[in-house]
Design a protein. Structure first.
Length: 102
């Protein structure tokens, strides 16, 4: 299989730092490549995958394929800002069905 490496979007470092300050456990997954989401996050027992994108930047074809084949038990959220990331990781435990994925 051909590996498609992508470099992290410019906002990822700031998002990871903010999540960690808020008590979210964060594991970057960039080395997995092939469309795998950027971050594995856990907050108070709820695991979430985050795909970090710059505003208005679309998913790459490999990301679309990976997301489409993923089991929805652990949802993937596409986030563009710190507020987006905090919202879906910290509040998902209260209302998992309220937020949509892309």
């Amino acid at each position: 299989m051909h590996r498609t490496w992508g470099k992290p979007d410019a906002n990822q470092v700031r998002i990871v730092a903010a999540l960690r300050r808020a008590g979210v456990s964060v594991q970057p997954l960039s080395a997995v490549a092939n469309g795998c989401p950027d971050l594995l996050c856990s907050y108070r027992g709820y695991v979430t995958l985050l795909e970090v994108k710059m505003p208005k930047k679309p998913l790459r074809p490999a990301q679309v394929r990976w997301h489409a084949n993923w089991d929805s038990f652990c949802p993937i959220f596409v986030v563009e800002t710190i507020d987006d990331a905090l919202l879906v990781t910290r509040e998902r435990r209260d209302d998992a069905g309220r937020y949509g994925t892309r």
